[in-house]
Design a protein. Structure first.
Lengths: 495, 246
């Protein structure tokens, strides 16, 4: 919800705080409520309720689409960011982060101080938190989600703290919750009181992750529950410190690139994005980015790409620190050139794409992508060559011109005939006499894409006297109620 | 193009070809696609796409991509290359399009491409005769192309034959097309007049050029027929010698 507020606030005005807002995700029977704001929570909207039902009860409800994949990605990043407090952090479920703070709290002046620090820092990012510290991970997540905010629970009173929580806090499946409630075991405390043997027999079929007894043991510290933290992302970076400030970065490029390539070669990786940063003596820094079509750790290639980008970089009064960083890396195995002396054509083309894109810009170097459309100008789209690969052209049923004018150019009809294309027309100040023609081929507007009122087009292939072949169309027909007299345009030239 | 489409029929339909014991009409070898040299193609008339079709028909039959570079003026004047139609001329690979605004960048990108052995060909389009397209620039292109073994084509529209170091210089313009097999009022398969007015290692001449789509078991190819149809081509002396034949 906080993420939605932050992203939306950049693009448009947020709804008032008095308006109940819910984020919806797809459920098995239409959209269901995924998250809500404070106002909606006050009106007793439940997570998992169907949006249509909630709308019936609260007609002023404001519904937005939830982005669960984006939320997960953000949490993954936040988990790494949270390593400022302790080295072991991991995303916990779909809406939490678990931190193993044992031995780290004293660095922040005690546990209470640390919780306050965590809360403030998340608030600075516009995110609200519910925090709890407990001796076990299970207990901490139960207290954070179902207990009051900011609970600090010591080892001796775990059982007391967990006892009043509902059994759903154990994060067991809905069926199990219902079964336990039917048995009268509504709180964790009641569950702890029941003799284990009877419950064991009932739940021995359940997997450990959803078994209430196993989860309870983990929360109480009777079973181990280690935290498996992902490794820190490694930064691939080479740097040069200079004794005296210099103006020209070019002589240092090769050493930097060689150093970076050596590091990446050890891990069998190649760079896809590079960034060169210079740190100037006046405290400013400047950087240049380069993207590559395929992973590479070829020193000469990287130096050549970077060298072309350094023209506009402003060194000020000189700089004394240079870093070359690989922002994105991909696996790249060692490669052997063929022994017959031929070169790998695919790698040659990828290197060419890098050079062209680095100099001309990504949108200038493109492959064709094909869209299912009848409109000739809409059928072919350009995709940057670094992003995607070329696609095979579709097989056409009708002949199409080899060159297309964008946009189509209007022609003046000098001598019209009732059926067919004009017998004489003027285009770009030259008049042409039609000798042969083929058509019409009618292409109707695509109502699902075009604006209402778009007129249909009747295409003709027209050959003029000296042999040039044009693709003309008449936009609209007389009396179609979408404007006045139909106009004539030339859209393409046949070979 | 599929063989059953209206344009997939033979080239000589509706044409009178006199056949004697010794055939008078001879096939001239089309430009050797694998031969890596720089070739110029000039347009005979403005907005004529015949040169583009001619170049596409001459591209080598390979799955490697073709680098197609064009400047802003040629895109505005002649329109941009329309991808779906490229297949009609037998080219099966992908086209890597580079669209820049200035001819200087076109020449730079072409030089980069001509040095890259992974491409099957490089095609550049420049409109008019800008200053950067000098004899030196074309010479550099020609040398690059011969070194790396990549054929390079330069389509020059709106240019009346400025100086160039190209190994072959063609001027291509459209001729009235063949008779449509089913519809006499419709234009048929394209026919171009291809004039080789400057060449190294072969005699210049003027021919009628057609792209012939693949028949069963064959390949797409470009067929050049003597324009006059009356004599061996070795004595062909270009457009001037064919006044009577036209």
């Amino acid at each position: 919800m906080d993420r939605w507020r932050r992203i939306t606030a950049q693009q448009r005005t947020l709804p008032d705080d008095e308006v109940p807002v819910v984020l919806a995700r797809e459920g098995s029977h239409g959209p269901v409520v995924h998250a809500m704001n404070a106002e909606a929570a006050q009106r007793d909207v439940l997570v998992g309720a169907r949006v249509v039902d909630v709308q019936a009860i609260h007609p002023d409800l404001h519904v937005e689409q939830a982005d669960t994949a984006g939320d997960t990605a953000l949490l993954d990043r936040l988990a790494l960011w949270a390593r400022r407090w302790c080295p072991w952090t991991v995303r916990d479920g779909l809406d939490g982060i678990a931190l193993d703070v044992s031995g780290a709290a004293h660095l922040f002046g005690g546990e209470a101080q640390m919780l306050r620090d965590i809360g403030t820092r998340f608030k600075m990012q516009g995110l609200s938190t519910r925090l709890a510290i407990a001796p076990t991970r299970g207990a901490a997540q139960m207290l954070a989600r179902f207990g009051g905010g900011g609970v600090i629970c010591e080892a001796e009173d775990v059982e007391v703290a967990l006892a009043p929580l509902p059994v759903a806090a154990l994060r067991i499946e809905e069926d199990t919750v219902r079964l336990l409630q039917r048995l009268g075991l509504k709180t964790v405390g009641r569950l702890m009181e029941v003799p284990r043997v009877a419950l064991m027999r009932r739940f021995d079929r359940l997997a450990a992750e959803v078994n209430p007894l196993v989860l309870l043991d983990r929360a109480l510290g009777r079973a181990g529950d280690p935290l498996n933290a992902p490794e820190d992302a490694q930064r691939w970076m080479a740097r040069v410190r200079l004794a005296e400030p210099v103006i020209d970065p070019v002589p240092h490029l090769e050493g930097l690139a060689a150093d970076l390539c050596r590091q990446m070669a050890k891990a069998e990786l190649g760079a896809r994005r590079l960034r060169l940063t210079i740190y100037r003596v006046d405290g400013e820094w400047r950087s240049r980015d380069v993207a590559l079509a395929s992973a590479s750790r070829d020193v000469a290639h990287l130096v050549r790409l970077m060298g072309g980008k350094l023209e506009g970089i402003d060194p000020g009064f000189g700089f004394d620190l240079l870093t070359l960083e690989a922002l994105r890396v991909e696996p790249l195995a060692l490669h052997q050139d063929p022994l017959d002396g031929r070169r790998d054509a695919g790698r040659d083309v990828a290197a060419l794409l890098d050079r062209l894109t680095a100099k001309l810009g990504p949108e200038k170097v493109t492959w064709s992508a094909w869209v299912q459309s009848h409109k000739p100008e809409r059928m072919e789209q350009r995709v940057p060559a670094l992003v995607a690969d070329g696609q095979d052209a579709p097989v056409l049923l009708r002949e199409r011109p080899l060159r297309l004018l964008e946009p189509p150019e209007e022609i003046a009809v000098l001598y019209a005939v009732p059926e067919g294309p004009p017998a004489r027309f003027r285009w770009r100040r030259v008049s042409y006499l039609t000798t042969r023609h083929e058509g019409p081929e009618r292409i109707a507007p695509e109502w699902w894409r075009d604006r209402p009122g778009t007129r249909l087009r009747d295409y003709y292939k027209v050959e003029v006297r000296d042999g040039r072949r044009f693709w003309l169309f008449r936009q609209g027909i007389l009396g179609d109620g979408r404007g006045g007299d139909p106009g004539w345009f030339v859209q393409g030239v046949f070979a | 193009m599929s063989p059953d489409s209206p344009l997939g029929t033979g080239p000589a339909l509706g044409k009178v070809v006199s056949l004697s014991a010794k055939p008078l009409v001879q096939d001239v070898p089309a430009p050797d696609a694998g031969d890596a040299v720089l070739r110029d193609v000039l347009a005979g008339a403005p907005f004529d796409a015949g040169g583009t079709g001619f170049v596409l028909s001459c591209l080598p039959d390979s799955a490697a991509p073709v680098l197609w570079v064009s400047d802003r003026m040629s895109r505005r004047e002649n329109g941009r290359l329309y991808g779906p139609a490229v297949r009609q001329f037998g080219f099966k690979g992908h086209v890597l399009q580079v669209e820049v605004s200035h001819p200087r960048d076109v020449l730079w990108a072409m030089e980069e491409g001509a040095a890259c052995g992974g491409l099957s060909a490089v095609v550049g389009e420049i409109h008019g005769a800008p200053e950067v397209l000098s004899f030196t620039a074309t010479k550099r292109l020609a040398l690059r192309s011969e070194q790396a073994g990549v054929p390079v084509w330069l389509i020059r529209s709106g240019d009346h034959g400025a100086l160039s170091a190209a190994r072959e210089r063609w001027r291509v313009s459209s001729l009235p097309s063949d008779v449509h097999p089913w519809n006499a009022a419709a234009p048929g398969a394209p026919v171009w007049e291809a004039e080789l007015f400057r060449a190294r290692g072969r005699a210049p001449g003027t021919w009628e050029a057609r792209h012939e789509p693949a028949t069963a078991g064959g390949k797409d190819h470009l067929r050049l027929l003597s324009r006059s149809g009356d004599g061996p081509l070795a004595q062909d002396h270009g457009a001037a010698a064919h006044f009577a034949g036209r």
